[in-house]
Design a protein around this ligand. Structure first.
Ligand code: HT7
Ligand code: ZN
Length: 877
């Protein structure tokens, strides 16, 4: 496989002004006719009159230029391209290809899922439909005709407005769709199937009516309300917060079972994984409801950040993804609890993204090269990309940031642009110099900030010394210092102190002048605060103002104080995490019988549980000890089993010490209110189920009876699944029956069955690998369905660390075998699944050898896909 470099970017030689497509869908194969109106790109470098189109797995039936067949000697198919020589400067190219969607298991291009035809064209799937300039900087106006048998495919959809719908003879019908907005091929979509729909409408800020439809299988009609409400909230929010109005008269969402990712933002025809659109209380957890809201909003927001203004090339992917994740995070914060959302996002970043940044696939948010673009839909591009946009928001402030985004949309509407264009718009609108800030786009790795504080009572000054350093990453040995916004406050006995930095007063946005954003730009820098009358505790990296690792040598007393009284919710939670890590480290070194949990931690947790004034969702998050994944980031080399045992020891000790207050909390938060997926109730359930997880560690009858009673009586999936998890993961005598009953009740709901797989796959008890293998033979499992693969194999390998890292290496080999098999049907899923193996360098020497053996066994397979080849070869380098 060939490496593609950003430095090799060239403008396309030809442009396609108009794209006419005609699909004849049938059971054996589909015939695609295209008529492309092409012209030479006036900005292209001079070159031969030769057109090179992308195309793969296509059968070429006919090819004409301006109505004349193209002779064999003038055309050549090689690899993934079709070359045509001697083309005019402006012409129409007519092409007929035949494809076999029924046999397409990669879920890219046109394929079938549960009897319906659907498409996935991002990033390079369109070339599996017809020969085309399948690159995002070629934007074209599309007209699409679809012909199919009416009884099997009564619904025929594509992008834009419906212009024709008519019956044909012999039981077929046809529709024609026209999308007036030029778009790249990756935003093309087609759906044909027997679908039912839920409809609503939305009046835009300028008074236009937009018809909204969600298409699903008939049995799922009762699960669309939440997605519809989320869509309307997102449309209103984007008008209010970004001034972005929807631009067509119709907006469609279609749910499909087999989908490689969460959803796809095709112009006016979003296609969704069922897991990201369907929701009802009986089948969907609170987390599921929140995911639907977030993904619906994310895809909708792409209409501007991605579709109206798109990417010039795939190296710019974070231009649309980072910005859109930032926008959906702002939306979710506004819809629920902002601190909870922030803590959840930071947790994901500090586990998955920091691990990626420290591993063999580390890349900047704008990579310099790739082999397979599908491998670059990463937590770095998405989540770190969103953090970079967030830093711009912090540095500029909300008003200038909004001016910058207005300017970006105004300047580049209808264009395919770069990350540089985005930063330039922010720079021009705000007048700020973002020269050094641009390094965030080109440098990979997680910077480490070492901060020290010194109080001088005589001069009444407090000095923060900040050092930054970024570790080497593949291909980038040396790093220059970055521009890091460091939000700080100084806490005194009576609260946060007024800040004055060498004469500069605090951030005027915080009305009380107690928070400041420091511009950290050098390897080492000192910030002196004046008029500080007492020795403060510094509150650092407030709201997680930059994606960095922070070192500050806090005392235990200082951490307990931050946890109790910092006005920044993120820092309160983070202090509890630091204390949790310290406790688990201590438990790792203590021998099993002598370990005693720290009294001050127990007291702090007791105080949290007893304080009714606190946000219950935050209390729940704070009570949960640092995850195994986070511990694996901060304790190296990673002793998986040592970490697990120590974490369990701390959990047991806390449960025992806090049993009564946990029980009171559980009872106080048990309610029989009708289920609502809203912040107050979600918080209450989260706290109750966190208490339940602890109480199940106590072996008295009252505690042990809780999960069974909750399982038997719960009316919603959040409570039912929490109870099932508690029963199964603690090997409660009722667990087998509970699993059986759960399956009996929900076997007709694939998304619930996936949760049933996942509960079993994440069971830390010994023998889970065998259970997973047995479940792969269960009639409900299907290796062709990515959701099932993720729920069973993915969850086991990525979340069940003690079992994945069992000492004989059997689970590594199991994963390697699955990757080899999946690579033949769905390379994208295969290469995502293998990520846990790529982290081999972090583990103890014995595990490293066995993990490398598994990777080498994959490498030995002839004809690996470019997806799997790239990940395995880079991780073995
Ligand atoms: N922009 C969408 C990306 C996507 C995708 C990429 C590769 C393979 C399959 C895919 N399905 C969707 C999703 C998004 O970020 O909104
Ligand atoms: Zn996206």
């Amino acid at each position: 496989p060939r490496t593609i470099y950003l430095k090799d970017y060239r403008e396309p030689d030809y442009l396609i002004d108009r794209t006419q497509l005609r699909f004849e869908l049938a059971e054996e194969s589909t015939v695609v006719d295209s008529v492309l109106t092409l012209r030479r790109n006036p900005n292209a470098e001079p070159g031969p009159a030769e057109l090179t189109l992308h195309g793969t797995e296509l059968e070429l039936l006919a090819l004409e230029i301006d109505g004349q067949p193209v002779a064999q000697e003038r055309r050549r198919i090689s690899g993934e391209t079709l070359h045509i020589e001697g083309v005019p400067d402006a012409f129409t190219l007519s092409c007929r290809t035949q494809i076999r969607p029924q046999e397409n298991t990669s879920l890219e291009g046109l394929y079938k899922s549960s009897g319906m035809f659907c498409t996935q064209c991002e990033a390079e799937g369109f070339r599996k439909i017809t020969y085309y300039l399948d690159r995002p900087d070629v934007m074209s106006e599309f007209e699409v005709e679809i012909v199919a048998e009416r009884s099997r495919y009564p619904v025929l959809l594509s992008n834009g407005n419906l212009t024709v719908a008519e019956e044909l003879e012999d039981g077929r019908h046809r529709t024609v769709w026209h999308d007036p907005f030029p778009k790249p091929a990756y935003l093309f979509a087609l759906v044909a199937g027997d679908l039912s729909r839920v409809s609503d409408c939305f009046t835009t800020c300028s008074g236009r009516e937009v018809d909204l439809h969600i298409y699903v299988e008939d049995k799922d009609l009762d699960k669309c309300d939440h997605a519809m409400t989320s869509l309307k909230n997102a449309m209103r929010w984007d008008e209010k917060v970004y001034g972005r109005e929807y631009d067509l008269d119709i907006f469609n969402i279609v749910a499909v079972d087999d989908f490689n990712m969460g959803a796809m933002e095709n112009k006016s025809l979003n296609i969704f994984n069922t897991s990201c659109v369907l929701a009802k209380p009986e089948t969907t957890t609170d987390l599921g409801f929140q995911r639907v809201e977030g993904v619906v909003a994310h895809e909708y927001f792409h209409n501007w950040s991605g579709n109206r203004v798109t990417c010039r090339d795939w190296f710019q992917l974070s231009l649309k993804e980072g910005f859109t994740v930032f926008r959906d995070a702002q939306f979710s914060s506004d819809m629920g609890s902002a601190t909870v959302k922030r803590v959840e996002d930071v947790s994901l970043l500090r586990t998955a993204q920091f691990a990626e940044d420290a591993g063999p696939m580390a890349h900047p948010i704008r990579p310099d090269s790739f082999i397979e673009i599908s491998n670059f839909y990463t937590v770095t591009i998405y989540e770190k990309g969103a953090e970079v946009v967030r830093m711009l928001h912090t540095l500029l402030g909300p008003e200038d940031f909004r001016r910058g985004s207005d300017l970006y949309f105004e300047r580049h509407d209808g264009q395919a642009v770069t990350c540089e264009d985005f930063v330039k718009a922010m720079e021009d609108a705000s007048g700020r110099d973002l020269g050094q800030f641009r390094l965030w786009y080109s440098q990979a790795g997680t910077p480490r900030l070492k901060v020290a504080g010194y109080y001088d009572a005589d001069s009444e000054t407090y000095t923060l010394t900040v050092q930054q350093q970024c570790p080497p990453t593949p291909g980038q040995a040396e790093k220059a210092p970055m521009h890091i916004p460091l939000a700080v406050a100084l806490l005194g006995e009576a609260g946060a102190l007024r800040l004055e930095l060498d004469g500069t007063p605090a951030d005027p946005e915080t009305s009380d002048n107690t928070q400041m954003v420091l511009d950290v730009t050098e390897s080492e820098q000192r910030f002196v605060f004046n008029n500080i009358k007492e020795e403060p505790v510094p509150s650092l990296l407030r709201g997680f103002s930059a994606p960095v690792k922070l070192d500050y040598d806090y005392s235990r007393q200082q951490l307990l104080r931050l946890m109790r009284s910092d006005s920044d919710g993120f820092c309160r939670w983070d202090a509890s995490q630091v204390l949790g890590v310290a406790e688990i480290r201590r438990a790792m070194t203590a021998d099993a019988d002598s370990y005693q949990v720290s009294e001050d931690l127990v007291d702090a947790f007791r105080a949290l549980l007893s304080d009714d004034s606190l946000d219950k969702a935050m209390v729940a998050l704070t009570l949960q000890l640092p995850s195994e994944a986070y511990l694996a980031e901060v304790i190296e080399p990673v002793d998986v089993h040592g970490i697990y045992r120590a974490r369990e020891a701390v959990r047991y000790a806390l449960a025992e010490s806090l049993r009564d207050v946990l029980m009171a909390c559980y009872r106080a938060n048990t309610s029989d209110e009708v289920y609502r997926p809203e912040a107050d109730q979600i918080a209450q359930r989260s706290l109750k189920n966190t208490a339940l997880a602890y109480l199940m560690l106590c072996d008295d009858d009252e505690c042990q009876g809780l999960a069974k009673a909750q399982f038997d009586s719960s009316q919603n999936m959040t409570d039912r699944l929490s109870a099932l998890t508690a029963l199964v993961h603690n090997l409660h005598p009722y667990h087998t029956e509970a699993l059986w009953r759960f399956y009996q009740d929900w076997q007709h709901e694939p998304l619930v069955v996936n949760q049933w797989f996942q509960v079993q796959a994440t069971n830390r008890q010994p023998g889970t690998l065998e259970t997973v293998k047995e479940l792969m033979a269960h009639p409900a499992f299907d290796i062709r369905n990515p959701n099932k693969v993720r729920a069973l194999i993915g969850a086991f390998c990525a979340q069940n660390t003690v079992n994945f890292h069992q000492s004989d290496g059997a689970a590594y080999q199991f994963l390697a075998d699955q990757v080899k098999q999946l690579d033949r049907s769905n390379p994208q899923i295969a290469s995502r699944l293998l990520v846990p193996l790529t982290k081999w360098r972090k583990y103890l020497p014995g595990a490293q050898t066995l993990m490398k053996d598994a990777l080498n066994s994959i490498m030995a397979v002839p004809e690996l896909s470019s997806d799997v080849f790239e990940v395995v070869s880079k991780s073995l380098q």
